[in-house]
Design a protein around this ligand. Structure first.
Ligand SMILES: Cc1ncc(C[n+]2csc(CCOP(=O)(O)OP(=O)(O)O)c2C)c(N)n1
Length: 284
């Protein structure tokens, strides 16, 4: 693996985390689930996806559907990082009346949002529909990426869509499950135990890949090796992650599903994030 690339992407991911905690000091955001997918989102938006920042409706774009729609802030900051709008505008407008950014992304006010999500179990079926639509239109290049939560797997609509993605041979669909083992009200095992998620999707006929979703090398290796968009089998990436990843007082804590942090907590979190990045790369 190219160390320079990984360091660069980890640095970008660090910047997104700093933006997230900065916003979290001003507004209540879904910080736990934003942080768990931060590395995947950075790799998707700042490395993998084809996207035209000047035309969010460009037919040749890859599509992204945030099925776990509450992780809107990490999406907006990544879109800002590639130039869709400024980071300052996200920090300024988030959760404000008339603003483009809110706790669940809305495509009526922000054209860079493919579809509005927030009601769990809706994004993934729509992503399947978009993938089928691209096939019907003869678009052989674009892929559809979507990220679901593991708690979201308890929605029945997920499994109807999982069946149909195989039936319609949607190899242009790449789905992630953010397997952080925690929901809003408790652990996955306490609420609706999932058993082996990978085995379930395998039995449905999906191509299943398992990665550490907070390890940039593994994420890039996985994205570099996903099947061609013309292939006939949809891919699901079970990403083992940590809710609140990178800020130790938030990690694996139900309390930090959503919330706001104090000035002192912001200082503590920023110091930890910056120091860990420097420690990790100082001798490489
Ligand atoms: C249909 C529906 N039911 C309930 C909620 C409220 N809700 C928002 S986030 C969440 C927990 C989701 O857990 P998970 O999918 O594991 O995502 P994570 O919190 O790990 O990001 C719940 C229940 C919702 N948004 N939609």
């Amino acid at each position: 693996m190219d160390n320079k690339l990984i360091k660069e992407l980890e640095y970008k991911s660090l910047q997104i985390r700093i933006n997230l905690i900065t916003l979290c000091n001003k507004e209540v955001i879904h910080i736990g689930g934003d942080l768990s997918i931060c590395d995947i989102m950075t790799a998707l938006w700042q490395y993998k996806m084809t996207y035209n920042i000047n035309d969010p409706f460009d037919e040749s774009r890859d599509r992204f559907v945030l099925s776990k729609g509450h992780a809107s802030a990490v999406t907006s900051f990544n879109q800002a990082a590639i130039g869709c709008f400024s980071t300052q505008s996200v920090l300024k407008e988030y959760a404000k009346d008339g603003g483009r950014f809110s706790m669940h992304s809305c495509n009526l006010v922000n054209p860079y949002v493919e579809i509005s999500t927030g009601s769990l179990g809706h994004g993934f079926p729509v992503a399947c529909g978009i993938a089928a639509g691209l096939r019907l239109k003869g678009n052989k290049k674009s892929r559809v990426y979507t990220i679901m939560g593991d708690g979201e797997q308890s929605e029945g609509s997920i499994w109807e869509a999982a069946l149909n993605a195989v039936k319609y041979k949607l190899g242009n669909l790449i789905a992630f499950v953010d397997n952080n083992c925690l929901e809003a009200d408790g652990t996955i095992d306490e609420i609706t135990s999932l058993g082996d998620i990978g085995k379930k999707y395998t039995s449905f006929g999906w191509n299943v890949v398992e990665i550490d979703g907070n390890n940039m090398s593994e994420i890039i290796d996985c994205l570099d090796n996903i099947p061609d968009s013309n292939s006939e089998i949809p891919t699901i990436i079970i990403a083992h992650t940590i809710k609140g990843k990178g800020v130790s007082f938030m990690e694996n804590q139900r309390r930090w599903h959503a919330g706001k942090i104090s000035d002192d907590q912001l200082d503590e979190a920023a110091t930890e994030l910056n120091e860990n990045f420097l420690k990790r790369w100082s001798n490489v």
